[in-house]
Design a protein around this ligand. Structure first.
Ligand code: SF4
Length: 684
């Protein structure tokens, strides 16, 4: 019998769409957008519409627990029972603890599913009680931007993104809206059609939204902070600063401007690789438009200056006083709109005092160099595909190949990372479990129930960690909490935003809008900075203490190779999710400007080798002026099956740390490109 049931998209995407799932005989046969969430309004992206049924039922789905019977990476496994799998994990973890202590164990998790229960709930309770190493997973993506926002605006929510429709100027800064924040596009179009709004896009690449923009600033990657400084300078020079707002609501104006004044427009134009006239035009547009909104994506955080870049952009509306009414301000900080209670959900109070925190970016180095004490001897990989997603791919693969490091791999799909696991645990897809969904791109809270039973022997993450906790003898009732109880622990049901509804009782097929004093969030009207000073902190007390970075700054990068390689998201995958499906076998091209191709004697369509000191990837060349000279581009998230030498673009990225959150610097990748002899020979 065919039924249509409500659900929510759990993927690592700001939009968190409400879904309507057609189920036939316990199989997902079709997924479409539903109207339950008024922000996503029945629309979802093509990749989800196309891939989700295969994601749940396709040949790459992990259905049963397995143990390794061949060499690491070889992919030889045999089926075992859940009891056997739990016993193996218990015995190997216990052996590591007995010899090295619990910190030799590390959960290696990221953000596969974004529901609060599967993302971080019972799993954290388990690892916290165990005393395992803590992990700074936000370093991989999003943490830099989150820390920049926290330092500048504290825990204040930003505006509801629907207010973009009320703006007369929309700036998409490092935000490839069409692929990475799809539902902002209708708001932008509404503002353009209804109000004649202008659009400015800041992105090294001519992304789709830039094709319709009134101004596209194709700056050099890593120079966003300089551009924002130059705009601040121009605002000051041309009378665009709101002195009253600054004096009432901004801390650190002078230290910030002292840095900004070092980058007048001509100098900034030189560093950013932009025409000075374009920077002036942008500053004038911003100054002269009363209702101006800046939407900040993650593109600008992925470099050594990422934190400073985001902070300097966040400063602009405060300098120009563009707050306090609908249609002006920042699209950022949506995650703060929800009354989350992570201390109740993940129980950090269980963490033994002094437990170390490991940066997720450093795992490859720690595994190969054994440069920490105790060394890492057991990894639990879940919600994550580190072999594809981490920088310095060859290093992490070498680490995963170590026979003396026990690896548990828990996932929905047979990923490249799971190929190195000693034990594989089958996880449920979001179609098979209940969860609670806030968002990081809008202000609506949603709940979903399973729409099909678990496929094969798969289990929700929460149940997997309940079973592990029991096997380890953790008898506190918190380790037996049901999913409904975890939902109640996840959000504060007494907060007025919940309107008297507990997390577990949120009605399905609807979305609860977060309100502040009975209204949508409008910064400096009904929500205010949650910083120590209560002001917008351009000289941040928090960032000074946490990172010794009180004020934004610019650090140039010494080039090792002549071309910058950027690796943005695409319309084919959500980071690496869907990379195992048959639709994803194609090797992504390397986009290169015609001038750079001509200088190397390269032609469109030929295979090229892209290399640096860390590795070498072989890609088909696409010669296009969509990228600026000096910059190459290839999409992230492709799996090893797309490669002839077991290396994707992640092999080229440095595992260096940015200025905030010790975050990832993917866009600091420097490469050279030449014809690929391997493919040239094969083609002959
Ligand atoms: S990936 Fe994003 S846009 Fe696509 S369905 Fe999921 S939440 Fe919506």
């Amino acid at each position: 019998m065919t039924t249509e049931l409500p659900s929510v998209c759990p993927l690592d995407c700001p939009d968190t769409c409400s879904l309507s799932v057609t189920v036939d005989d316990d199989r997902v046969v079709k997924v479409r957008g539903s109207d339950a969430n008024p922000f996503t309004r029945g629309v979802l992206c093509n990749k989800v519409a196309r891939y989700f049924p295969d994601f749940a039922h396709g040949e790459n789905r992990v259905r049963y627990p397995r143990k390794r019977v061949g060499a690491k990476g070889e992919g030889a496994f045999e089926r075992i029972t859940w009891d056997e799998a739990i016993d193996i994990v218990h015995d190997r973890f216990r052996a590591a603890i007995d010899r090295y202590g619990p910190e030799a164990i590390m959960p290696l998790n990221y953000a596969g599913p974004h529901g609060m229960l599967m993302y971080a709930s019972m799993d954290l309770r388990f690892f916290h009680k165990l005393g395992a190493s803590l992990v700074n997973r936000r370093a991989l993506c999003g943490g830099i931007k989150a820390e920049a926002y926290a330092g500048t605006y504290g825990d204040a929510p930003g505006m509801r993104p629907e207010q973009v429709a009320n703006a007369d100027l929309i700036v998409a800064w490092g935000n490839n809206v069409t692929f990475s924040n799809l539902h902002l596009m209708p708001q932008i179009n509404e503002a353009r059609r209804g109000r004649g709004a202008k659009v400015v896009v800041v992105d090294p690449r001519r992304v789709k939204v830039a094709e319709q923009a009134d101004l596209h600033l194709a700056l050099r990657p890593g120079t966003d902070v300089v551009l924002a400084f130059a705009v601040a300078n121009e605002l000051e020079r041309t009378g665009g600063l709101d002195r009253d707002f600054i004096s009432a609501h901004v801390k650190g104006f002078e230290p910030f401007m002292e840095r900004a004044r070092r980058f007048p427009v001509e100098k900034a134009a030189d560093i950013c690789g932009l025409p000075a006239a374009d920077i002036r035009r942008f500053a004038d547009l911003y100054r002269d438009t009363d209702r101006a909104i800046i939407s900040i994506g993650n593109g600008l955080e992925r470099n050594r200056n990422g934190g400073s870049g985001v902070r300097a952009v966040l400063a602009l509306p405060a300098l120009a006083g563009k707050f306090g009414r609908r249609g002006t301000g920042l699209v950022a900080g949506a995650g703060n709109a929800f009354p989350k209670t992570p201390a109740r959900l993940g129980r950090p109070d269980l963490v033994p005092e002094g437990t170390r925190t490991i940066n997720i970016l450093d795992v490859g180095r720690h595994l190969t160099a054994e440069d920490i004490d105790p060394p890492l001897k057991a990894l639990f990989v879940y919600n994550h595909n580190p072999v594809i997603v981490h920088p310095d791919q060859n290093l992490i693969r070498r680490g995963f190949e170590r026979e003396d490091v026990f690896i548990v791999g828990c996932d929905v799909a047979m990923t490249d990372s799971l190929m190195y696991a000693d034990v594989i645990l089958p996880a449920c897809t979001h179609f098979e479990y209940a969860d609670l969904y806030p968002a990081y791109g809008h202000h609506h809270l949603q709940r979903a129930e399973p729409v099909i039973p678990p496929v094969g022997d798969s289990l929700p993450n929460t149940e997997i960690f309940r079973r592990l906790a029991e096997r380890f003898g953790f008898d506190d009732p918190i380790f037996r909490a049901s999913d409904a109880e975890l939902m109640d622990d996840a959000v504060d049901g007494s907060d007025p935003r919940m309107k008297g509804i507990k997390g577990s009782e949120l009605p399905l097929a609807t979305a609860l809008p977060m309100e502040f004093g009975g209204e949508e969030a409008i910064p400096f009207h009904n929500v205010f900075p949650g910083t120590p000073s209560g002001k917008v902190e351009l000289d941040s007390a928090y960032l000074a203490e946490a990172y010794d970075e009180p004020v934004a700054s610019y650090r140039p990068l010494r080039a090792t190779h002549p071309l910058v390689l950027i690796t943005p998201s695409s319309d084919k995958r959500i980071t690496s999710t869907f990379g195992g499906l048959r639709w994803s076998d194609e090797t992504p091209p390397l986009e290169m400007h015609p001038d750079d191709a001509a200088a190397r004697g390269l032609r469109d369509g030929q295979w090229v080798r892209v290399w640096n000191e860390r590795g070498e990837a072989h890609l088909p060349l696409a010669v296009t002026d969509e990228v600026r000279p000096g910059v190459c581009c290839s999409e992230k998230g492709a799996w090893l099956r797309t490669s002839d030498n077991m290396q994707t673009v992640s092999a080229l990225a440095p595992a260096t740390h940015a200025d905030l959150c010790e975050g990832a610097c993917f866009n600091d990748t420097r490469v050279e490109v030449a014809p690929c002899e391997v493919f040239a020979k094969a083609a002959e």
